[in-house]
Each structure stands twice: as C-alpha cells, then as structure tokens.
Design a protein around this ligand. Structure first.
Ligand code: PLP
Length: 447
C-alpha cells in the first residue's frame, strides 16, 4: 500500500514544474508537500510542523488560516468572486484604492491593480514610458536600474533586472537599461561612505549627460532583496530621489518586498520621506493571501493620460483579474488588522529583539555580515571572515543550511550564500526566539 505522501510525491514528480527550481535536483529529493497552515506554522502531509521562516516567499503578514481574513473572503464570495474593472467597477476595489492612497507616501493618489509584483512593475515601466510620450516629450525611453536588482520575471521586469544568473540568458530579447552600482557596503573597499559615493556619482553622471533619454529610475527602496537583503546607507534613497527630481526623471519605487510594514515602516520610502512618482506594491498587500498587486501613481502622471479619446493617450493595459474583488476584500481586511494590532510599531520592537538575539551569531567564524531592516534579515556566510572570501557556489552552503533548518522545523530559502530570515510580521517574541535558535543551530551545523 502506498501512502498519501508517496502518491502525491509521484504525481508531483510526473507533472509539476516548480518555479526557480532545478527539477533534476528537486526530483531527487524528498519533496515537502504542505497541507495546511495555522498561525505562523505550516504542516506537511505527513503531519510535520514547520515555522514559516521566510513568510512563504516574503509575503505573509498575519500568519495562516486567519479567521478575520478567511471571513473577508467568504463574505465577498457570497456576493461575487470576480467581475472586471474594464470600463466598470466593484465595491472592494474602490474601497481598497481609497485606503491605499491614505497609507501611501504623499502624492500617490491613483491606484492601478494587477496580480503580481512583476505585473505591477511592468505597469510602472509602461506608464513611465507613455507618460513622456503623452506629454509630447520624445526620446525619454530608457530606464536606469541598479546592479543586482530584481523586479520580477516578466519580460519588462527582467529588462530592468540585473542579476546575471536569472537575467543574462534572456538579454537578447530584452530592452537595454542603464545599470548603476548598488551600494553594497560590506564588499566595498570604502565601506558605507565609499559605496554611497559611487552610487550617487554614477547616477549624477548619467543624469547630467543623458537625462533627455531617460524615462525613469527604478529602485528597491532601502533594501535590495533578491541580491541578498542588502541595506542602503542612510540617505541614499532620498539623495537619489532628489537627483531624479532635479533632472526630470521619474522615480519608480518597487516596494513589492519592502511594503506593508516589513521594514518597520508602512513603506520603506517612508523611512526617508521619499515620495516616488510611481510605486509598486504586492506580496503583503493581501496579508499574503491572494495574488493582488498595484501600481500607484501621482496625479501628475495620471493627468498625462487624461484626455479626449481621440488624442490617443489611454493606458491600454489590463489583466483578466485586475481588481479582483476577493483579493481586494482580503487586502482591506489585512490593512484593518494591521491597524487594529498596531503592527508597524510591533515590527520595530520585534526587530530589536531579533537584532539582540542574532548579535552573538556575528562572532561565529563564517558569519560575514548580518544585515537587517525591520523583519527583513540576511546573514551572509563567508569562508574567511577577514578576507571576506566567499564560499564556492558549488558548495551550496545556503541550500545546506536551509535543509538543516527544515530538519529542525523551520522553512527558509537562501539567496546564494545569504541565509534569509523573513518571519511573518505577526510572529511573537517566543516564536522569533525559537526560529532564531534554529537559524543559529543550522548555520553552526553546516559551517
Ligand atoms: N519586485 C521585488 C523587489 C521583488 O522582491 C519581487 C519578488 O520577490 C518582485 C518584484 C516580483 O514579485 P512577484 O513574484 O509577485 O511577481
């Protein structure tokens, strides 16, 4: 008799192609098959429990199977599951748009929905491009991005991406973007000040010489995520924003990973009082429940599209599920819970707890740097702490650490040699304590 697990594992192997996964490796491993979740725990079909130590890819806010969020969906389900936003509207989409404008940085007054971070980025890029076109300013067609940036996997988002492992193979089919250095202080000879200076100098130079051909700068504000949770030096984002304003280039803030309290502010832009022209949100927007994303725009951007139809300034973009009522209803419920639970203040307190807890880990021989902003944490492992020599890629130190954490009851997914710890915002101190213990034990075991 085969078990349920064996049956599912065999079907998984036969038919399922997983994202960002080398299937040859995966099919030679014991697949983890999740059956249910409760609080910040996930349970597999064999009944084993795991802490969700990376918030199911950086998006979980309130935990799993949350009564208030479940109720918001079922109530909306009793009304209508989906109706289009093409030329008509629905109640939760309207209410959520108003709510989002209220919590977003000053000036962002219009909401355009989509269904994933990448599609939100796609929209921001197209809006920025068409904004200049609609204003009759020709030639501002290019984008600036940052080294090692990640903005999603659709073709436009990959065009402004700069992680060679993910993006280089597609280069021939992409539009080229200008790439400026990201301030990676840990690996810069001049440290934080030197890294900051390099970034600002490169941006300033590009803007001084080529602003007339540049539509926008796209940036992951304060924390660059997929490159290894790399935190900008203080003042970097606001100085970049000032330069964009000075030279007439739009600023697109990609808050897909950093939004909704993750960094200890509602949005990372708030940490430096930055008001972008376009802002992309996703992941935590629905508390991590359903695939809704949005691109927020200023009135200035919106008005460039607002014209008589024959002027041909319409933004011809949309998806079948744009503004899905179930997703918008759960996003509204998630934002309400965040407010009721005073979650952002809570994140700051929890972040300090984690920082104190991880301090001892800094002394370990193979822990190069612990980077943290709010509850977004990356631990870079190195072979040699003094020279900062990296572990060889083939040693898969990150993967092995994550596998050990899984054995000890916590899920996470590494970024190369960087161990990622992005717990659900709702995690209690006791849960954070238990998870950081597992992290520490896994790192010590593997290194
Ligand atoms: N932008 C950033 C900064 C991200 O971190 C991600 C995903 O991790 C995306 C965009 C893409 O979002 P999605 O996976 O929902 O398409």
């Amino acid at each position: 008799m085969i078990t349920d697990y064996e049956r599912l594992a065999a079907m998984n192997k036969d038919h399922l192609w997983h994202p960002f996964t080398q299937m040859k490796d995966y099919n030679n491993s014991d697949p983890l098959i999740i059956e249910r979740g409760e609080g910040i725990m996930l349970y597999d079909v064999q009944g084993r429990a795991y802490y969700d130590g990376f918030s199911s890819v950086w998006l979980n806010v309130h935990g799993h199977n949350v009564p208030e969020l479940n109720q918001a969906i079922t109530e909306q389900l009793g009304r209508v599951a989906h109706s289009t936003l093409l030329g008509m509207s629905n109640v939760p989409a309207i209410e959520l748009a108003e709510k989002l404008v209220g919590v977003s940085p000053e000036g962002l007054n219009k909401v355009f929905y989509s269904d994933s971070g990448a599609t939100g980025v796609e929209i921001a890029i197209k809006m920025a491009f068409q904004y200049w076109h609609n204003k009759g300013i020709r030639g501002k067609t290019k984008f600036i991005t940052m080294n090692q940036a990640y903005h999603g996997d659709t073709v436009g988002a990959v065009s402004v991406g700069a992680i060679p492992l993910y993006h280089d193979v597609f280069r021939p089919m992409l539009f080229p973007s200008h790439v400026i250095p990201y301030p990676y202080s840990y690996r810069h000879d001049g440290g934080e000040a030197g890294a900051l200076e390099d970034t600002l100098t490169a941006l300033r130079h590009l803007l001084e010489t080529r602003a007339d051909e540049i539509a926008a700068l796209i940036v992951e504000p304060i924390v660059q995520g997929a490159s290894g949770i790399i935190v900008m030096p203080p003042g970097c984002l606001s100085q970049m924003a000032n330069l964009c304003r000075k030279y007439g280039v739009l600023l697109i803030a990609d808050e897909v990973a950093t939004g909704f309290g993750r960094t200890g502010a509602m949005f990372a832009c708030d940490l430096e009082d930055v008001s972008p022209d376009l802002m992309v949100i996703g992941k935590g927007l629905t508390g991590g429940y359903l695939p809704v994303a949005a691109t927020l725009a200023t009135d200035e951007v919106y008005e460039a599209f607002y014209a008589d139809y024959q002027e041909q300034k319409t933004f011809f973009h949309g998806h079948s599920f744009t503004g899905n009522p179930l997703g918008c209803a759960v996003a509204l419920a998630s934002l309400k819970l965040m407010e009721e639970r005073n979650m952002i203040e809570g994140v700051r307190a929890k972040a300090s707890f984690v920082e104190r807890k991880l301090a001892a880990l800094k002394e370990r021989p193979h822990v190069g740097e612990i980077r943290q902003k709010g509850l977004m944490i990356g631990i870079e492992l190195v072979r040699d702490k003094i020279s900062r020599e990296t572990f060889d890629w083939a040693e898969r130190i990150g993967v092995r650490t994550s596998l050990r954490a899984r054995e000890l009851g916590m899920l996470t997914r590494p970024l190369g040699n960087v161990i990622v710890f992005i717990p659900p915002l709702v995690s209690s101190e006791a849960e954070l304590d238990a998870m950081t213990d597992i992290l520490e034990e896994s790192i010590i075991h593997v290194t």
